[in-house]
Design a protein. Structure first.
Length: 402
């Protein structure tokens, strides 16, 4: 495959940014975002997201990439438009807010009516077919992403699989699906990636069930850790013994305060909602288990504080080490439970300004004063900077604390 495509990528979060960098190795890519700061960073070859591979490629590779806030500039003459805008869970309806995706489709109809639009945003099962009919825009595909925060470009360079949802009765659209899969594979380093072409709804279901399975693993090992802690067992020994079974494997097994991040909480909630009227127990149990885990952690912290006295120090709000994502992290949920119990707390978070507040708790970016003020420190993910106060740290992170 040698012919370059003109590709517009709408949204420059982890998904959009990693795809922009990936595809601009072989194609002419314009990234579109409403945030002028992000656009400026990209045009100056700075990454708006925390991802070492993206940073390396922006500065070290010859990319045909530019960014803009002008929709017409980005979309006109595009062969493909990739939609990677956020679809957060609407807590009032319990469903994804797909308004950003719908808005982009309207812009594509206006400025690039001959382009093929590819939805990368996570959507409810049945959405793509519905919006295709409702909008009258026929050249629409859905292709779920399977990326990790901070490793999004790596996961696009070495994809686990490529899934494309299409109208299987539309031969022209199916041909576009095959071509888009080739575009992704041509830009990747892994050339033998499995690809599957299926219906829209099947591809949408693949995404939700994949993330729900991963959430189930996290919830399982968190419950194992709860059991081990209350029974006085070494959680790490039990987990390693379990995971040496090749059928189980050694991944997604490090205990935490609960699963979180961009995808798992909202995708499990969305899948559960789509199960209305369908006999199920596992999906609802996954969601419930995560809430139970946060209750348990908050209870253990309260018990330990009664012995230590004073103030709980919360070390970082982000979901994982090296991530800049605080959205849907399990840590604020634990804080809210502690707050409801009347537990005083202070937060160390360098991503927020010193002296700010979060959930009515004081925030500091001074690590040393944080350590001194905290009588008990909780850390979803342990860091060696806490080694000197290790005796007052409560974490369930078994792989970073040793």
């Amino acid at each position: 495959m040698t012919d370059k495509k003109r590709i517009a990528v709408v949204g420059t979060g982890y998904v959009g940014m990693s795809l922009s960098v990936l595809l601009s190795q072989k194609n002419m890519v314009t990234a579109l975002d409403i945030c002028e700061k992000k656009v400026s960073m990209i045009n100056h070859r700075l990454s708006p997201v925390e991802d070492d591979y993206i940073k390396e490629y922006l500065t070290g590779k010859d990319l045909q990439l530019k960014a803009t806030t002008d929709a017409e500039e980005a979309l006109r003459d595009a062969d493909y438009v990739i939609i990677a805008t956020p679809t957060d869970l609407d807590k009032n309806t319990g469903s994804f807010d797909t308004s950003s995706v719908e808005s982009v489709i309207r812009l594509v109809k206006k400025y690039a009516p001959d382009a093929v639009a590819v939805i990368k945003s996570t959507v409810p099962v049945g959405f793509t077919e519905h919006i295709r009919n409702a909008s009258g825009f026929r050249k629409l595909l859905f292709s779920p992403e399977f990326l990790r925060e901070t490793k999004a470009l790596y996961d696009n360079l070495y994809p686990s699989r490529i899934i494309i949802g299409t109208d299987e009765k539309d031969e022209e659209l199916r041909a576009y699906a095959v071509e888009f899969a080739k575009i992704l594979k041509f830009a990747a380093k892994k050339s033998d990636t499995d690809e599957l072409i299926m219906s829209y709804s099947e591809a949408e279901a693949v995404k939700l069930f994949s993330n729900s399975y991963l959430a189930m693993r996290v919830a399982f090992f968190n419950e194992l850790d709860t059991y081990a802690e209350l029974k006085g067992l070494d959680s790490k020994n039990v987990i390693e013994g379990v995971c040496l079974d090749p059928r189980i494997g050694d991944f997604y097994n490090n205990p935490s305060f609960g699963y979180g991040g961009y995808c798992l909480p909202k995708d499990t909630a969305q899948l559960l909602k789509s199960c209305d009227g369908i006999p199920e127990d596992i999906i609802s149990s996954i969601v419930k288990s995560n809430s139970i885990r946060k209750d348990f952690v908050a209870g253990r912290v309260e018990e330990k504080l009664k012995k230590a006295g004073g103030i709980v120090g919360v070390y970082r709000l982000n979901m994982k080490t090296s991530s800049d994502n605080m959205r849907n992290s399990s840590v604020p949920d634990v804080i809210s439970r502690l707050k409801a119990r009347g537990v005083p707390f202070i937060i160390y978070e360098p991503l927020l300004g010193n002296g700010e507040t979060f959930m009515e708790g004081r925030v500091t970016d001074d690590l040393e004063s944080f350590k001194k003020m905290s009588d008990l420190i909780i850390a979803n993910r342990y860091d060696s900077c806490l080694d000197d106060v290790r005796e007052k740290v409560y974490t369930r992170d078994i792989y970073s604390r040793d």
